[in-house]
Design a protein around this ligand. Sequence first.
Ligand code: SF4
Length: 252
Amino acid sequence: MNPTKGGISLPGALIRGEEVSPAEVLAWTLEHFGSRVIMTTAFGLNGVALIHMTNAFEPSMPILFIDTGFHFPETLETKHRVVERYGLNLIEYRVPPHPEFDENSSALVPSPEAPELCCAERKVETFQRALAELKPDAVISARSRHQSETRSELALIELETHPVQVNPLAQLSLEEVERYVRENEVPYNPLYDQGFKSVGCWPCTRPVEPGEDVRAGRWSGQDKQECGIWIVDGDVVRRPQDERPSSEPNSV
Ligand code: SF4
């Protein structure tokens, strides 16, 4: 696989297999894509850490939030606090109400047998609609390899997707993210301290037990680990950079 696309090369340090910090990845992203970059988050711990980082580089970067209609009140309250703290350029996409559902009734709770359908409609379709309208060339996510088996080979930059997917926190451990949030006094979801190490929609999220993956509480007990917005051609992640052939580096 060629680590270039449309004349854009991966950071030289990355191609050489050297350590690349989240700040270097963000600097590379803004250098190459300028204002055609958005970040998306559901205001989890990684998300708020990354918002703090991106704010130092580009305070006006559009931050995409998909309101599925099923977020915990604590998540929405965290969103408010973070928006206030950083003055975020928040762009919210809300799922259109389903004609057969009353949002305040338990009839809305997705069937445990049909989360794929619900995620496809509420998350994937809404995300695709946002991409079609916002037309970014790069999307920054706060995903990390430590979060689950499906993300264990997550690359820092996925040039072969469109928009290019950028994951500045890919290499950070949970402890590093926690330390960063603590040291920078970043507002975070209070559910985190109650065991919700990854917070999604309330019908599909439980707290995790010690020793479990961060995302073990998402769709627990079901054969589903990802909502689908990051899946391209059936894969959650593309091959990591260190498996790619080297080429002329373009240093950060
Ligand atoms: Fe529906 Fe659950 Fe997916 Fe949220 S996480 S969109 S409630 S299936």
